[in-house]
Design a protein around this ligand. Structure first.
Ligand code: ACO
Length: 338
């Protein structure tokens, strides 16, 4: 039972300028454009500069949001940053943003770790904060600089990942609630399928490969996601009390187009109504869903009031789905080109 409504009122995004194309990757590892496009649907990714970190990507995404919607962030009372590639284990990216963006020091600030499901987890948390009446205006970011932890000698991973950030504002509303059903979960028995070693070098009694870079068993993650996501989507719909044909847009995590296809097939949902950001940005982890949402908005497809089903999944293994209806404020200036 919610006390108040919560709605997404503004969005912004950013990707670094440098492009890493499939033909660039052909010069780096034994791969080719045809294999990459056929197996993943990815053509390019954006790579941050050496001195550009997740906090910088986030800052640019928030500046885009403010410019487009003329929104002040002076009254933001909570900052949530979903990321697996924070500038530091601590201080948090959220604390860095609070200071850099001049948000009052009375605002809460935390980073959230749920890998590629992180943005939806953060959005779910923002909804809970606002709908409970505990907070009024929450800045939610999904951002990752995966190029910093990608092994560019491993052809099975380096073709996938890119960098980017997306930001949304979740604000309180006395009448409207732009958030409907949700479903989330995690299966730690698969924790050793996607990881980067940290203080420990084993999990689930499995010795991990200690490269300091992202390591994954792509096939296992693929199989798990194609099995788990359609069931999770059904739970979101049950929870919201609507049917899939009422969903205007489905935005699954942009891991690989070849995963999105069987997920849509199992759901019997038209692939043309699935939005993704992977073709030119690759897998940007926590940023992939807000980037896909913003591409849809920038392209004039996604409109206020439509039912949009977001579903993130990734390392953990974590997954999270949320049905939202946007209530974006009128744009006062055009978005910064991506
Ligand atoms: N170019 C050419 N050949 C390649 C490449 C490449 N870039 N990469 C792998 N291959 C080869 C393999 O060596 C293998 O060759 P072999 O048969 O001679 O052994 C063959 O292609 C098939 O390899 P698979 O691993 O079976 O290829 P698959 O079709 O499964 O694609 C991929 C691999 C793209 C990684 C896929 O499994 C995938 O996308 N998995 C999901 C990854 C994911 O979603 N991760 C999310 C977590 S990320 C996070 O949470 C931060």
């Amino acid at each position: 039972m919610f006390l108040k409504g919560a709605k997404i009122t503004a969005i912004g995004s950013y990707v670094p300028a440098r492009r890493l194309t499939n033909s660039d990757l052909e010069q780096m590892v034994d791969t080719n454009d045809e294999w990459i496009v056929q197996r993943t649907g990815i053509r390019e990714r954006r790579i941050s500069r050496e001195d550009e970190y997740t906090s910088d990507l986030c800052t640019a995404a928030v500046l885009d949001l403010m410019k487009r919607y003329g929104k002040s962030i002076q009254d933001v009372d909570m900052i949530l940053v979903a990321t697996s590639t924070p500038d530091f284990p601590f201080p948090s990216v959220a604390s860095i943003l609070q200071n850099r963006l001049g948000i009052p020091s009375t605002a809460g600030a935390i980073d959230m770790s749920a890998a590629c499901a992180g943005f939806v987890y953060a959005l779910h948390t923002a909804h809970a904060y606002v709908a409970s009446g505990l907070h009024r205006k929450v800045l939610v970011l999904g951002a990752d600089a995966l190029s910093k932890i990608t092994d560019y000698t491993d052809r099975s991973t380096c073709i996938l990942f890119g960098d980017g950030a997306g930001a949304v504002l979740v604000e309180s509303d006395e009448q409207l609630d732009g958030f409907a059903g949700f479903h989330l979960g995690s299966d730690g028995s698969g924790a050793h399928h996607v990881y980067r070693t940290g203080l420990s070098r084993s999990v689930n009694e499995v010795e991990l490969v200690d490269t300091g870079k992202l390591v994954q068993n792509g096939r296992e993650v693929f199989r798990w996601a194609v099995r788990t996501v359609p069931q999770g989507v059904q739970q979101v719909l049950n929870n919201a009390g609507i049917s899939l044909d009422q969903v205007d847009w489905f935005i699954p995590h942009s891991a690989n187009l070849r995963m999105i296809e069987p997920i849509c097939e199992r759901l019997n949902y038209p692939l043309e109504q699935a939005l993704y950001s992977l073709e030119y940005f690759g897998n940007t982890s926590a940023a992939s869903i807000p980037l896909a949402l913003d591409l849809g908005i920038r392209g004039g497809k996604v409109l206020n009031g439509q039912q949009i089903l977001l579903y993130g999944f990734g390392a953990g293994l974590t997954h999270a789905g949320q049905l939202v209806k946007l209530e974006l404020a009128p744009e006062v200036s055009p978005p910064t080109p991506l």
